[in-house]
Every structure is written in structure tokens, then in C-alpha cells.
Design a binder for this molecule. Structure first.
Ligand code: NAD
Length: 470
């Protein structure tokens, strides 16, 4: 087998109809033979993944620059080093995570052994999006390998250069009897999904999440769905506008706004909006210069389709900052929209680009009501100098994650689970949560073979005396 599995193999009809059958059979055989179970094997795969990252850092950075015009800084912070820390954490804790977890016992099982065993599921499929094409492909892979699974990796076809590196170079660093990369788009993913997997980990849009979940349901395959949506950001009157604007601008325009946890829109009073606008303008100018188009720190939109969609959204409300675009390089300036109506497209769909609408609310209650009338978001943010305000937003809403007084800094903590709730997804990962996600938690009780006389009290014929003893 080659380093990656292409679906257009020039072979007989059977292979053409089911191009992945041989690969999946090979991976299943390796799993059944117990190849991926030993801790040493898992650690070797993780070390291989680490070597891949380090030895090909520059190649990955170049690919990310080609795909997204991503700066070396953003590539390092949000793609490479974050993946490397996940690998390091898994390597440090692998044996502890794999250990059987002893559980409390009752009177009837005092002489027995009761524990939870973390078992690999078997053959797992990881499907990734294009916006953080290294991080969102490899961080789940770390969890899947650490948990002892065989893995089929399906990167996004949109981040073409990164997909190529992952398909052509990565397999040299991971045991190929247990691992395969499948490049391609909906057609290849659809063909893969016809097969039975033991677990599917999907990151992407709610639309495709539904397709994946329906396909998984046919085989009763469990899934994690890491989806998107509209993340609200409440800004209280009691705040320092420049501090809020710096943080808001950084995490809205990071990766050109193509971030699932970026704040999708701001909720604040008209007064706060007036104080926030010059502060946002100042932050944008300091970060990206007078002409953001020439800034090496601002990326580009991934595809023509997304560019056209985003350019359409620039027509909503009124442009207060930015608003320029250039189709030839898929450039959209860091933009702030005001006077936006709830019914306009920019407030109906996930923006996923460098556009930040501000919606006015008259009070904290109205903001909370606005948030709760919509689907539960992946992330929710609240800025206020008043801790009680932040705590109220936290207490009276629901979201996959929450961060008070900053952007996605909570993602830097591998001690926190990362995942959605409701329409923003199900399941979570990062750190030990990844290991647990990719492990079946098997309930085990090893009974003592003797003591039959005492245990026989449970057998029929039942009598009032036996009932009293219970
Ligand atoms: P997408 O759903 O279009 O694609 C994701 C993956 O699914 C890709 O690998 C793609 O090839 C595959 N795919 C696309 N259409 C398919 C089909 N019809 N059948 C089977 N597979 C198909 O998502 P995207 O555009 O790559 O990424 C953007 C979306 O992902 C946004 O909604 C964003 O919020 C979300 N996202 C979520 C997270 C998270 O961690 N929760 C992270 C990043 C992105």
C-alpha cells in the first residue's frame, strides 16, 4: 500500500466500486491481532507523530501559508505547538490513563475486583475541516492513537497543500498497518461512511454533521460531532473599551475569522457600541496597519465559494469599520457592522470570516434572552469588570464552553474538555478527554469463585427470611 489511499485506483470493477475495502480490512486485521494495544506501540506512534511535526515544521508552515495565507506565528501557536503539547501530554500520561480504574464496591462484592477498563474501540474514522487543518486533524489523531485504535484520517480537501503533506509525508511516521490517510471530498467521505467503523470523530459544519450521524446510525456507530454555530459575545457597560477591543479584535480576526470558537457577534448597549468602535478601529490598525491587505499577519478566505458568501454578508447593516474586499486574492478587510437586524443573513448563519456585527440590546436580561432564543453555541463570551455580570451570563445560558473577559484562551488549557452542546455538537476532546473519547469504558467485575454458600441466598425459592436478610 502507498502512503495514502486514493479512491481512483485503476483497478477492477470491485475495487473501483469499493476503493477502501482492502485498506479497511488490513486495519481491522491489525487491530484484531492486538497490534495497537501495547503501551510501547502507542507511544511509538505518538513519538512518530511528534517527529513528523518537528522534521516537517517548515513544510507544514508553507502549506498553511498556501492554503490560508496563515502567518508563521499563527501556524506555530494554533497548529503546530498545540498539537505537540497534546502529544507530550499523552506520552507523559499514557500508562496512567491506560490503567484500570478501581471503583467503590457494595457489600455483595467486597471480595471481588471492580474496575473500569479503557479499551480501544477498534477502527476509527477521523474527518477534519480546513480551517486549522493540522490541529483539527492531528489532535484527534493523538487521542485515537493513544487509546490504541487503528485510524483512518480524512483531512479536508479545501486545505489542499496541507492535505497533500498529511497524505504523502505523515504515513511514513506512523505504522501503516494501523493507519491510513484518505484524501478527497464529499464523494470519498461518502464512500468511507458506507463502511462500518467502531467510532467516528467528525469536525465540521452542522449540515455535514447530520450526514455523518445518519451514516453512523446505520451501523450504530458512536460519534463525536465537533460542529459550529454562532458564538455570542456580551460586552457590558462596565468595561474598559480598549482592553475589550484588543481582545475582541485579536480573536475575531485570528485566522481571518475562520475559527469555530470565534465570537460571531457582539451584544452591547448603544453607549458601549459608541465607545467600542474607535477602540476596535485602533486595535485593527495596530494589529494589521493602515492597509490590512498588505499585512503579513492577516490571512485570506479559503475558497471562492466562501469569499462570495462573505462578500454578500458585507451588505448587511452598515459598515462601521473595514468593508473592503478583493476577489482576486480572496481578501476581506477586518470589518465591523452596526445597525444589524436580527433577520439579516449575517445574524442567521455562522459567519466564519473577518466580519463582526454588533447588535444592540438595552440590558443584560435582553442579552441573555437573545442568546437563549437561539441554538446552544459552541462558545460564549462575556466581558465585564463586574464579576457578578460574568457569573450571571454563565449561570443563565448554556454553551459548549465559556470564557469571561477574553477570547478562546480556554482552549489553551488541556485540562478543560473541548466540545459543543445541542446544535454545536456532542462529545468532547483535548488532553485526557481525547483519550477517554476514543476509549470504550468497559465495566468489569471479577467475582470470587468461592463463597457459594453465602451467595446462594439470592437463589429461588425466595422466602420471607431471605427478604429480611437483604
Ligand atoms: P464541512 O462540514 O463542509 O467539511 C468537513 C469535512 O466533511 C471535510 O473533511 C469534508 O471533506 C467532509 N464533507 C463535506 N461535505 C461532505 C458530504 N456531503 N458528505 C461527507 N463528507 C463531507 O466543514 P468545513 O467547511 O471544512 O469547516 C467549517 C465548519 O466546521 C464550520 O461550521 C465550523 O464552525 C466547523 N468547525 C468546528 C470546529 C469544532 O471544533 N467544533 C472546528 C473547526 C470548524
Amino acid at each position: 500500500l502507498g502512503p495514502s489511499v486514493q479512491s481512483d485506483q485503476p483497478a477492477g470493477d470491485a475495487v473501483r466500486m469499493d476503493p477502501f475495502a482492502d485498506t479497511l480490512r488490513r486495519l481491522r486485521e491489525a487491530f484484531s491481532a492486538g497490534r495497537t494495544r501495547p503501551a510501547e506501540f502507542r507511544a511509538a506512534q505518538l513519538r512518530g507523530l511528534g517527529r513528523f511535526l518537528q522534521e516537517h515544521k517548515q513544510l507544514l508552515q508553507e502549506a498553511l501559508a498556501q492554503d490560508l495565507h496563515k502567518s508563521a506565528f499563527e501556524s506555530e501557536v494554533s497548529e503546530i505547538s498545540i498539537t505537540q503539547s497534546e502529544i507530550n501530554l499523552a506520552l507523559r500520561n499514557l500508562r496512567a490513563w491506560m490503567k484500570d480504574e478501581k471503583v467503590p464496591k457494595n457489600l455483595a462484592t467486597q471480595l471481588d475486583s471492580a474496575f473500569i477498563r479503557k479499551e480501544p474501540f477498534g477502527l476509527v474514522l477521523v474527518i477534519a475541516p480546513w480551517n486549522y487543518p493540522v490541529n483539527l486533524t492531528l489532535v484527534p489523531l493523538v487521542g485515537a492513537l493513544a487509546a490504541g485504535n487503528c485510524v483512518v484520517l480524512k483531512p479536508s480537501e479545501f486545505s489542499r497543500s496541507t492535505e497533500k503533506v498529511l497524505a504523502e509525508v505523515l504515513p511514513r511516521y506512523v505504522d501503516q498497518s494501523c493507519f491510513a490517510v484518505v484524501p478527497g471530498g464529499p464523494q470519498e467521505t461518502g464512500q468511507l461512511l458506507e463502511h462500518k467503523f467502531d467510532y467516528i470523530f467528525f469536525t465540521g459544519s452542522p449540515r455535514v454533521g447530520r450526514i455523518v450521524m445518519s451514516a453512523a446510525a446505520k451501523h450504530l456507530t458512536p460519534v463525536t460531532l465537533e460542529l459550529g454555530g454562532k458564538n455570542p459575545c456580551y460586552v457590558d457597560d462596565d468595561c474598559d473599551p480598549q482592553t475589550v477591543a484588543n481582545r475582541l479584535a485579536w480573536f475575531r480576526y485570528f485566522n481571518t475569522g475562520q475559527t469555530c470558537v470565534a465570537p460571531d457577534y457582539v451584544l452591547c448597549s448603544p453607549d458601549t457600541q459608541e465607545r467600542l468602535l474607535p477602540a476596535l478601529q485602533s486595535a485593527i490598525t495596530r494589529f494589521y496597519g493602515e492597509d490590512p491587505r498588505s499585512s503579513p499577519n492577516l490571512g485570506r478566505i479559503i475558497s471562492d465559494k466562501h469569499f462570495q458568501r462573505l462578500r454578500g454578508l458585507l451588505g448587511c447593516g452598515r459598515v462601521a469599520i473595514g468593508g473592503q474586499s478583493d476577489e482576486s486574492e480572496r481578501y476581506i478587510a477586518p470589518t465591523v457592522l452596526v445597525d444589524v437586524e436580527e433577520t439579516e443573513p449575517v445574524m442567521q448563519e455562522e459567519i466564519f470570516g473577518p466580519i463582526l456585527p454588533i447588535v444592540n440590546v438595552r440590558s443584560l436580561d435582553e442579552a441573555i434572552d437573545f442568546i437563549n432564543r437561539r441554538e446552544k453555541p459552541l462558545a460564549l463570551y462575556a466581558f465585564s469588570n463586574n464579576k457578578q455580570v460574568v457569573k450571571r451570563v454563565l449561570a443563565q445560558t448554556s454553551s459548549g464552553s465559556f470564557c469571561g473577559n477574553d477570547g478562546f484562551m480556554h482552549l489553551t488549557l488541556d485540562s478543560l474538555p473541548f466540545g459543543g452542546v445541542g446544535a454545536s455538537g456532542m462529545g468532547s476532546y483535548h488532553g485526557k478527554f481525547s483519550f477517554d473519547t476514543f476509549s470504550h469504558h468497559r465495566a468489569c467485575l471479577l467475582r470470587c469463585p468461592g463463597m457459594e454458600k453465602i451467595y446462594s441466598i439470592r437463589y429461588p425459592p425466595y422466602s420471607p427470611r431471605k427478604l429480611r436478610v437483604l
